[in-house]
Structure formats: C-alpha cells, structure tokens
Design a protein around this ligand. Structure first.
Ligand code: MD3
Ligand code: FE
Length: 203
C-alpha cells in the first residue's frame, strides 16, 4: 500500500515486512563488527539515538561537525559492506517512487530505545539533493514529524511502523523532520527497540 505524505514523499506501507527478519539479522551482524555509538552533536549534546553504518560511507558527528567518511572513528576500519538485501530493497523502493537511478553509497542505522528522539532537522550533508533518501522502519512504532523548508513551518505527524519504507525526494528532500520520543512497548522481533535504516547517495 502506497501513500503520498506530501509532494515527493511516498510511504510504502509494509514493503519491508517480508524481509524484516533477515534485515534484523543483518543489522546484528553489522553491529557485531561496528557497535552502535551514542554520538555527540557538534554543539556537544549527547544524542539519544545510537548509530552505526554500513556501505562505502558512514555518517558521523563530533566536535568537528557532521560528515560522511569511509571508516568508523572507533574501529578506524572501513564500515561493513552494505548487504545486497539492503541495497536491493532501497533501489526498488526508490524506483517505485520515480527515482530509477538511485545507487546508495551510505546506510545509516539508527537504534532508538524507549524515550529516544530525533529533533527536527534537515538532511543536507549529502552532495546531490536531486538524489532521494530511502528509510526503512523496523521494530517498535514511532511518530514521525515533518514540516516544511523552514524550521518554524507547521508540522504534520505520521506513524511509522515495522516494515514501512519511505522515499523522500524532489520537493520533500530538504523538509525538516524528526522522531518524537519513542513510546514504551515490546516488539516480538526487536524487544524495546526501534531500528531505522536510511539509504543515501552521500558522494
Ligand atoms: C525527510 N532518521 O537519520 S527516517 C535521519 O526514523 C533521520 O531515524 C529518522 O531523520 C529515523 O536523518 C527519520 C525518515 C526520513 C529520512 C530522511 C529524510 C525522512 C526524511 C530526509 C528528508 C526529509
Ligand atoms: Fe534526517
């Protein structure tokens, strides 16, 4: 099932459901190699979301700022390869939304515990805003919040649940967005966590 949230943003409800167990196994395997980290923003605030990455590039933040880099700051080694299943799902979802040449080189994996949130922000560390971002939600449900191109624009809320895929491109690409504090719950596959994969063409 397909919903247009706003021009450029398409939700494919349950599109990753059939692959969710395999996706979660792959996340575990990545996290064994490069553990989830609670990073600090350049302003020095600890993030409540824990992160790791796979693919040629990974998104990191520290006192120097936000950026994509080919290695993990902790292991000093390259991020684990992007599993074929990840790439295939992201490419197929992007194509469904009208982006036929999406080739992600970065996959940021976010892990939310109960109470974790992501404040309203724009994703603008990528080089080409003509490329979309594809997100896959797994585990506990979350309330996603999105606004306009200015922080002060009024926001709308959408529930994102296990197996949902969202493609953000075109006029939606630079909209402000965030995740409200994760409500307590228990998911049969992830326990008290929500995972989100975001696929990007960073460079
Ligand atoms: C709208 N992650 O990692 S995914 C992020 O659920 C991020 O973890 C959230 O925002 C999460 O940067 C939201 C949905 C999403 C991702 C990228 C977007 C929505 C977006 C980029 C532009 C507009
Ligand atoms: Fe974002």
């Amino acid at each position: 099932w397909r919903e247009e949230l706003c021009p450029g943003a398409v939700v494919l409800r349950g599109a990753a459901l059939a692959d969710s167990r395999e996706l979660l196994k792959a996340i575990d395997n990545i996290a064994i190699q490069v553990p989830f980290q609670y990073r600090a923003t350049p302003g020095g605030y600890a993030m409540s979301v824990a992160m790791t990455n796979c693919g040629d590039l990974g998104w990191v933040t520290d006192q120097q700022g936000y950026r994509y880099q080919p290695t993990s700051p902790e292991t000093l080694r390259q991020w684990p390869a992007m599993p074929d299943l990840f790439r295939t799902l992201a490419i197929h979802a992007a194509r469904e939304a009208g982006f036929s040449d999406f080739m992600p080189d970065a996959c940021l994996i976010n892990r939310y515990q109960i109470g974790a949130k992501m404040s309203l922000h724009q994703d603008k560390d990528e080089e080409d805003f003509g490329q979309p971002i594809v997100s896959i939600s797994l585990g506990l449900p979350a309330v996603f919040q999105f606004g306009g191109l200015e922080r002060s624009d009024k926001t709308q809320r959408v529930n994102l649940t296990h197996g949902d895929i969202v493609v953000w491109g075109g006029p939606a690409r630079l909209r402000y967005h965030g995740i409200l504090p994760l409500k307590a719950g228990e998911h049969s596959l992830t326990g008290q966590y929500r995972f989100n994969l975001t696929f990007r063409k960073a460079h």
